[in-house]
Design a protein around this ligand. Structure first.
Ligand code: GDP
Length: 465
């Protein structure tokens, strides 16, 4: 991995904008920029201090390309840890390209995806999990995912892992030292202390592993399956929640055959509403496929919303019966899954009818997707289903699949060591499992790494980051 050449990339989104930022990083960044920058005040870039901004022109052979602001950051006090030059130019794609090409002809090469952040990692500016959080931060589109990414970027998660790993490493070294003195039968590593540490690590790993369930849904949006017969008003409800006409609303029963997903942010949390085909009994082959899909979607969902037509139920006894049957079907099949029953179209009902319905189905949420009645309370009820406790308490939440997988492997090894201790397994064998656990913990922070792993992680970044 070459890490000291000079790289360049556009740091802002491609296309036109008021301004664009072009970033150069590498040991010659400042010296390379100097001949093509004419300062308004005649400054020599090579003589300027770190963290300074200079107004001037980017010129090539006396031809002015643009008036720019040029910032200088000298390593190690820069994002990458190397010398960095940032050129804020006017945001025309032509200007951006001309400036980038100028430097490509004069000592820079195009940066690979995530290469600035990779360098920051390799130069010790951040650990691997913090680098990954940079990508999450850029991708975050709601308050919750943003909060988790910021916390991870500031090192909350990896500091915890690093501390545990250091303590474990200490024990591993002592145990290995014992092996050198095998004949003398000495014990440098205090077994009681060691057991205590293992229990602590096991507890923390378990908590982090559990947090992934919350973290993952927050990152990707909390999946909510909306189940209901055709024409009960699923599309209208989604539109009411979204406040815009997105799903197709129609009067023909069975229009929502396939599943549609709508994403939206409610109270700072991302939700994914999965519009399903319902689960009514039918002989129609296509609809049966839809019903099978509905069950799959219910399984993946965090919360199930059963939407029923209040007016149909109030006026047709059999409709009420089928709705209650549907409700019981879901409750029996998925007893653990939070279920919210919503009676839509209450605008068509009188008070007596509403009262009657409420007595038939307990906890019924009254709604009119058409008039908007009950939509706001529905939003807060949905938020109540989300376990935001961890978020509010700023606990560490794992959102990254790679971390999750390493945590699982580390826990497995820790439990092997614990088991080994109970069984009086010889220290040399225990030490192997301890080393394995250390390896998997180190994978998270990047204390253990290899080119392939780094390649995979940074390939998912955008160029310029
Ligand atoms: P879907 O098949 O479940 O997606 O149902 P749609 O959203 O397409 O709605 C079916 C019909 O019910 C449309 O004619 C809607 O205008 C009507 N509708 C939906 N919600 C309400 C409501 O709250 N009150 C009334 N009166 N009609 C509604």
């Amino acid at each position: 991995m070459i890490t000291n050449d000079n790289i360049i990339a556009l740091a802002t989104p491609s296309g036109a904008g008021a301004i664009a930022v072009i970033r150069i990083s590498g040991k010659d960044a400042i010296a390379l920029a100097n001949p093509f920058f004419t300062s308004i005040r005649g400054k020599d870039l090579n003589k300027q201090k770190s963290h300074t901004i200079h107004l001037g022109h980017i010129t090539e052979n006396d031809k002015v390309l643009d008036e720019v602001l040029l910032s200088i950051f000298k390593g190690p006090h820069s994002y990458t840890g190397e010398d960095v030059v940032e050129i804020s130019c006017h945001g025309s794609p032509y200007i951006q390209q001309q400036i980038i090409q100028l430097f490509l002809r004069n000592g820079c090469r195009m940066a690979n995806a995530g290469e600035f952040t990779l360098r920051a990692f390799l130069n010790g500016k951040m650990d691997l999990s913090q680098a990954e959080a940079v990508a999450d931060l850029i991708a975050s589109d709601n308050e919750a995912s943003h909060q988790i990414a910021i916390q991870q970027m500031r090192g909350g998660f990896s500091n915890e892992i690093k501390k545990l790993r250091d303590q474990l490493l200490n024990f591993a070294s002592l145990m290995e030292l014992e092996l050198d003195f095998a004949e003398e039968d000495v014990e440098f590593a205090d077994r009681t202390q060691f057991k205590k540490l293992l229990t602590k690590i096991q507890r923390i790993l378990k908590r982090l592993i559990d947090s992934f369930a919350v973290g993952n849904v927050i990152k990707n949006g909390i999946p909510i399956a909306i189940v209901g017969e055709p024409n009960v008003g699923k599309s209208t409800l989604l539109n009411a929640l979204l406040n815009e006409e997105r799903a197709i609303v129609s009067d023909i029963a069975g229009t929502t055959r396939d599943t549609i997903e709508d994403e939206m942010v409610i109270g700072g949390i991302g939700f994914r509403f999965i519009d399903t085909a319902g689960i009514r009994d039918t002989k129609d082959v296509v609809e049966n496929i839809g019903i099978k899909k509905t069950y799959e979607k219910i399984e993946q969902a965090q919360v199930v919303v059963l939407l029923v037509d209040a007016w149909q139920m109030a006026t047709h006894e059999d409709k009420l019966k089928t709705s209650i049957k549907e409700l019981e079907k879901i409750r029996t099949k998925y007893p653990q899954k939070p279920l919210l029953v919503i009676a839509n179209k209450v605008d068509r009902l009188d008070k007596e009818q509403i009262k009657d319905l409420q007595s038939q189905i307990s906890g019924l949420h009254l709604l009119s997707a058409k008039t908007g009645q009950g939509v706001e309370t529905l939003k807060s009820r949905l938020l109540d289903f989300v376990n935001t406790g961890a978020l509010r308490n700023s606990e560490t939440i794992v959102t990254n699949t790679r971390h999750y997988s390493s945590l699982l492997k580390a826990l497995e090894e820790i439990e092997k060591v614990q088991f080994g201790m109970e069984e009086d397994t010889p220290s040399d064998l225990l030490a192997i499992d301890v080393r394995e656990a250390l390896y998997h913990l180190g994978e998270i922070t990047g204390q253990v790494t290899n080119d392939e792993l780094l390649g995979n992680i940074f390939a998912n970044f955008c160029i310029g980051k």
